[in-house]
Design a protein around this ligand. Structure first.
Ligand SMILES: *[C@@H]1O[C@H](CO)[C@@H](O)[C@H](O)[C@H]1NC(C)=O
Length: 246
């Protein structure tokens, strides 16, 4: 009898608790049994885009805003004669991502595999440079801007079930990301006092940027992976799974 009451209380308890959470208007609901689940989730995520930008999903649910995206510090080094450090870098226009491909797996765990494209990403921040040219040691620091034509990223949102008060949520365990950058152009301010010299230096850096691209991509990958984990945890960890995907 006691057990029965306990079961009843628990059932009643969690059903009322789960109903307390109202799904914000920013969510378009997909059914687990939808014949084209991937397409539906894709539309849902794209519909959520304006809210992802600000982090305000509505109904008091706030997650980390997608914009500006803080990029991990970048250290570019070649031998002892070249040191280029980019820091306080922020990227804009990330919310204009397009989902090119998506695959949603429900079993054994919910995993979303996404291929996204982001066009016209603007970055800005600070740089420090240390260049040894012959016997001349050039040091400089200042503001830097970057323009990226296109970022291609593959993100995988991996989850495991998480129960709180008998209600199933999803814990996002990791969001590995692989980023490819298509064409990056840097604008370097205050490298040299002289404008002509500054333009020459800027051109030199841009002409040799390709060899540093893998390091820059790695940093952007880490940053996207972090924001992806925080943002998706904010959704999956707070809204019962059966509301998100009934
Ligand atoms: C949930 O995932 C995070 C990583 O996002 C991890 O640190 C944590 O231990 C996980 N918790 C549970 C209960 O699985």
């Amino acid at each position: 009898m006691f057990k029965l009451i306990l079961v009843f209380l628990t059932l009643f308890g969690f059903s009322s608790k789960a109903q307390n959470v109202q799904l914000p208007q920013s969510f378009k609901i997909c059914s687990k049994s939808s014949p084209n689940l991937a397409e539906c989730v894709k539309n849902s995520v794209e519909y959520l885009r304006p809210s992802l930008r600000t982090g305000d999903l509505g109904n008091g649910i706030r997650i980390v805003p997608l914009e500006p995206l803080k990029i991990d510090d970048i250290f570019l080094e070649r031998g002892s004669g070249f040191f280029f450090n980019l820091y306080n870098i922020k990227a804009y226009n990330i919310h204009n991502f397009k989902i090119e491909k998506i695959r949603v797996t429900l079993e054994p765990n919910v995993v979303a595999d996404l291929l996204i494209k982001i066009k016209n990403v603007d970055c800005s921040g600070d740089y420090k440079i240390n260049l040894l040219l012959g016997i001349v040691n050039l040091q400089g620091h200042g503001k830097i801007e970057g323009k990226i034509d296109e970022i291609k990223a593959r993100l995988k949102i991996e989850t495991v079930p998480l129960y709180r008060d008998g209600v199933e949520y999803k814990n996002v365990t990791k969001v590995p990301a692989i980023v490819k950058i298509d064409k990056l152009v840097l604008k370097i301010h205050d490298l040299f006092k002289d404008k002509v010299l500054n333009d020459v230096g800027e051109r030199l850096v841009n002409q040799n940027l390709d060899m540093f691209l893998p390091e820059i991509e790695k940093s952007v990958s880490n940053s996207l992976s972090k924001i992806g984990l925080q943002a998706s945890s904010g959704v999956f960890g707070r809204i019962p799974f059966k509301l998100l995907l009934p």
